[in-house]
Design a protein around this ligand. Structure first.
Ligand SMILES: [Zn+2]
Length: 107
């Protein structure tokens, strides 16, 4: 299984130690990051105010729920402030899901 890289400390972060976080200020969303849970060794992203467990969002069901969350915010008129952070977080999650599916298929 591929591991994730923490956007805060740059170290590897395991599926169960990680969170996907971002900030929501009024109608603005941004700073999507994958980090360790804030704790002794890593501060995570204290400026963010929305968190999801990485193991949930990195499952197909959780990933689709996250996409649905984004579409719902979009329909409410929210604005994505920095697409590049979302793209980077999604790329890490995608490669994890792809490897999970490949190992199920025995590839
Ligand atoms: Zn970290």
């Amino acid at each position: 299984m591929s591991s994730f890289i923490c956007d805060s400390c740059g170290q590897e972060v395991s599926l169960y130690d990680g969170v996907l976080s971002w900030y929501r200020k009024g109608r603005e969303l941004g700073n999507f990051t994958i980090t360790h849970r804030p704790g002794k060794h890593c501060s995570g992203r204290p400026e963010n105010n929305v968190y999801r467990d990485l193991f949930r969002v990195a499952s197909v069901k959780g990933y689709l729920a996250f996409v649905q969350y984004l579409i719902a915010r979009w329909s409410e008129g929210c604005v994505l402030n920095d697409f590049s952070s979302l793209k980077k977080a999604i790329a890490q999650i995608n490669s994890h899901i792809d490897e999970g599916i490949a190992s199920l298929l025995g590839e």
